[in-house]
Design a protein around this ligand. Structure first.
Ligand code: GLC
Length: 580
């Protein structure tokens, strides 16, 4: 076995440093649920600052913080009332500055969220508009249209909200009488969509980028980046051949092309944002949330003068199936490669069922496969995002009591869709503590399952005697990240043109994926999605195995035998070339 070190190699050149985002591992912090410093049951910025060393210790390169701006919190802060101040629920501007400073001390870069598609109804612009009748210029910053039917009593068109129900809500006058006009909201009715053809909108967002860049943030994750521009005249979905299902909840890539998504003019916005980022001497970067239909459409957002990265969301939906996984990897690497951009991988985030619960109905098998899939993902070229708690092996919480739920999807579908609360339950830090150490007391805004003591960071990371438990999920993550840093074939510090490319290797089993990353030394990554062991012929040194004691890798006369539901990273041994 080789030993991996957690030391960050000194970047060879400033040019390499400027490219840090090309293979960074970014840890997503869902601010409400990470760590609570004041005992109100809601995570906050000082809580994050106090616990950042645990994240640095894991070996990631950056953190992404979900919105902590002033907001009525109708959609977990994605309904912003003031883009340039901190909600008192989460702290103060000084707390944000302290957090950024602490992260940088720990060698972590900081990415924050920007929500440019919509504001909250509590934003000063909407408050100003709502005090005037439709037709007043104050409404021009939003999308307002006359209704259809008698007295405009029906919505202007057939667009539907991503959260369920119609995408339009009536504007009523102060005495409650309908005006016959409607405003657009592709999400909750408390999140009115901004009209990007109004100059104030672009100016507000540019000022917001500069405000946070000036405070030292290293980048932005852009919410709903593909939605900012709507087609002129608001053509109906029916007119472009889409028939939205009654009560449909996902109008992202499932219903496209659509006049509200992925319009060509959106690219001009991101070209202007790139210029703002490039004005700074230190690298400032973007990662777009872009739900579109094909890798080629997605690659258009990462052309050299636009965003640095966009998430590839296909792993969020892929079943446990080798061919499907390979198709995603090939399609995305090819399309992004044509424009010189990396592919950004992700398995879990705050909007989807945790991947530790996705790959089987049987919890133990699902976790085993999640460990394997993470091992596979972190072996791929390009940056990767981790979602808080996945490094603890946290499962989805499916049985939250209805009265505790907060996601607008749950309410807008009358409970038919559970929504996203199940992946947002506050983190367990200390097994033997009323809120598992989430906060100083027992409060936690969503109830934590009684079974979560075993996932707490203090128990799952350490064995009695304070040694790392070699079997635990945190140990696996730590090891993967350390090896990724120390192996030039896999990541940080190596920006030679040929380094890190991927070459598939056929092992004669359709359920197994195998590729080499070019070093030197080369690294071979194997993922076994089948039901049988697979032998990788040759003489191998095992660097990491995802399965622990439950799925042991065996040396055989022919090579190394990799069990089902397992992934490994291998190095040619002792000093030979990788066999072909
Ligand atoms: C993005 C966010 C999601 C939010 C939505 C509306 O999809 O990830 O959490 O609800 O945008 O802002």
């Amino acid at each position: 076995m080789t030993s991996a070190t957690g030391d960050r190699p000194t970047p060879a050149t400033d040019a390499a440093e400027a490219q840090w985002w090309r293979d960074a591992v970014v840890y997503q912090i869902y601010v409400r649920s990470f760590a609570d410093s004041d005992g109100d049951g809601i995570g906050d910025l000082p809580g994050i600052t106090s616990r950042l060393d645990a994240i640095a210790d894991l070996g990631v390169d950056a953190v992404w913080l979900t919105p902590f701006y002033v907001s009525p919190q109708n959609d977990g802060g994605y309904d912003v009332a003031d883009y340039r101040d901190v909600d008192p629920l989460f702290g103060t501007l000084a707390d944000a500055e302290r957090l950024i400073e602490r992260a940088h001390e720990l060698d972590l870069r900081v990415i924050v969220d920007i929500v440019p598609n919509h504001t909250s109804v509590a934003h000063r612009w909407f408050v100003e508009a709502a005090a005037t009748p439709p037709g007043d210029p104050a409404w021009d910053r939003y999308h307002v249209q006359p209704g259809t039917g008698p007295d405009g009593g029906q919505p202007p068109n057939d667009w539907v909200s991503v959260f369920g129900g119609p995408a339009w809500s009536p504007i009523v006058s102060r005495d409650g009488t309908p005006t016959g006009y409607w405003y657009l909201h592709l999400f909750d009715d408390s999140q009115p969509d901004l009209n990007w053809s109004h100059p104030d909108v672009a100016a507000e967002m540019a000022a917001t980028l500069r405000f946070w860049f000036d405070r030292g943030v290293d980048g932005f994750r852009i919410d709903v980046a593909h939605g900012l521009v709507k087609a002129d005249g608001y053509p109906s979905l029916a007119s472009v051949g889409q028939v939205p299902e009654e009560g449909a909840v996902r109008l992202f890539e499932d219903v496209q092309p659509a006049p509200c998504w992925d319009q060509p003019e959106v690219h001009e916005i991101f070209r202007s944002w790139r210029q703002i980022a490039d004005d700074y001497p230190e690298p400032r970067v973007f990662c777009g949330e872009v739900w579109v239909t094909t890798p080629a459409r997605q690659a258009a957002y990462v052309r050299p003068d636009e965003l640095h990265t966009v998430f590839n969301f296909d792993f969020l939906k892929v079943p446990w199936h080798a061919a499907g996984i390979r198709e995603i990897v090939d399609g995305s690497l090819y399309a992004n490669g044509l424009v010189g951009a990396p592919t950004t991988w992700v398995l879990s985030n705050h909007d989807v069922t945790r991947h530790a619960s996705r790959f089987s109905d049987r919890p133990e098998l699902a976790l085993l496969r999640a460990r394997a899939m993470t091992t596979f993902m972190l072996g791929l070229p390009g940056p990767a995002y981790l979602y808080q708690g996945e490094e603890l092996g946290l499962p989805e919480v499916f049985n939250l009591p209805p009265e505790s739920r907060a996601d607008p999807i749950f309410f807008r579908t009358s409970g038919e869709q559970l929504g996203r609360d199940g992946c947002r339950v506050p983190l367990p830090w200390i097994a033997d503590h009323p809120s598992y150490g989430f906060g100083p007391g027992a409060e936690s805004w969503l109830p934590q399952p009684a079974s979560w003591a075993r996932f707490a960071r203090d128990t799952s990371s350490r064995e009695p005697g304070d040694r790392l438990d070699p079997e635990s999920v945190p140990t696996l993550y730590r090891r993967l990240l350390a090896v990724r840093r120390s192996h030039p074939a896999l990541g940080m510090g190596n920006f030679e043109p040929a380094a890190g490319t991927l070459a598939w290797v056929e092992v004669g089993d359709a359920d197994v994926l195998c590729f080499d990353r070019m070093g030197p030394p080369n690294v071979r990554v194997v993922l076994n999605c089948g039901r049988r062991e697979v032998t990788v012929p040759g003489d191998w040194r095992l660097i990491v195995a995802s399965g622990g004691r439950r799925r042991q890798v065996r040396a055989t006369e022919e090579g190394l035998s990799v069990p089902p539901d397992c992934a490994v990273w291998l190095e040619a041994a002792p000093n030979g070339e990788l066999p072909t």
